[in-house]
Design a protein around this ligand. Structure first.
Ligand code: PGA
Length: 258
């Protein structure tokens, strides 16, 4: 079913590539996908050290340069952290916050994620808030509770007028990097709960406009079926975003589903 929401696909490169292969991958993605950029928001999230060169490669081809994380303080003694101003300097437009690897490997909690999200919004960046349940939580029947709780905590003290800068990525932890994708119906069911929660917290218009990506083992083969769900507005892609042909097929699926 067609919606008025513009599709949104992100390529999260995680801690992959090196300087040369990052430039090459960005080049290849520009060549493969720039003709699709007027019908889909396409964000690339390279590792921090390569943001500048990848940003140069993306140039004015209509892509969004993205960062995988950000810190909430604006400057000072925070060894290893990166501020919103530093990202803005490099022309970054969008940041991920609360990615499951940051929650579960690096130990970030909801409070820190909310602080990052609000700092990024205040700096004028777009934010993709990532949420998702673990396998244990799903098997215990806790999927909706966990996702709504991460959503509410992540959006604490976010004003209605800031919601235009926010997208959500629903990424079940058990599906990330495992090859075990959620079924389109299961993903859509969680997206529906997310949208309803936004309607309850804000209003129907905000909920209807909110883009919700699915992430977790999206590939060139399963993308079209996932994106054919009206609730699913695109994807956050890990592994398959490191291959320009696969990434192109996924962006095409998002454009085709709209
Ligand atoms: P994956 O990662 O596509 O490799 O499962 C998705 C993500 O972590 O954003």
């Amino acid at each position: 079913m067609a919606t008025t929401r513009r599709p949104f696909v992100g390529g999260n490169w995680k801690m992959n590539t090196d300087l040369a292969s990052a430039v090459e991958l960005a080049d290849d993605i520009v060549a493969a996908c720039s003709h699709l950029a007027d019908r889909c928001d396409i964000a690339l999230y390279p590792p921090f050290p390569y943001l500048q060169v990848v940003g140069r490669t993306l140039g004015h081809h209509g892509f969004l340069l993205g960062a995988q994380d950000v810190y909430y303080q604006s400057n000072g003694a925070y060894t290893g952290e990166v501020s919103t101003d530093m990202l803005l300097d490099l022309n970054v437009k969008v940041v991920l916050v609360g990615h499951s690897e940051r929650r579960h490997v690096l130990g970030e909690n909801d409070e820190l994620i909310n602080a990052k999200l609000r700092a990024a919004l205040e700096a004028g960046l777009q934010v993709v808030l990532c949420i998702g349940e673990t396998l244990e939580q799903r098997e215990a029947g806790d999927t909706n509770r966990v996702n709504v709780s991460q959503l509410m905590a992540g959006l604490r003290n976010v004003a209605p007028e800031q919601m235009g800068q926010v997208a959500i990525a629903y990424e079940p932890v058990w599906a990330i990097g495992t090859g075990q994708v959620a079924s389109p119906q299961d993903a859509a069911a969680v997206h529906r709960i997310i949208r309803q929660s936004i309607a309850d917290l804000y209003d129907d218009g905000t909920a209807e406009a909110l883009r919700i990506q699915y992430g977790g083992s999206v590939n060139a083969t399963n993308a079209a079926e996932l994106f054919s769900e009206a609730q699913i507005d695109g994807g956050l892609i890990g592994g398959a975003s490191l291959d320009s042909a696969k990434f192109k097929a996924i962006v095409e699926a998002a454009v085709g589903a709209n």
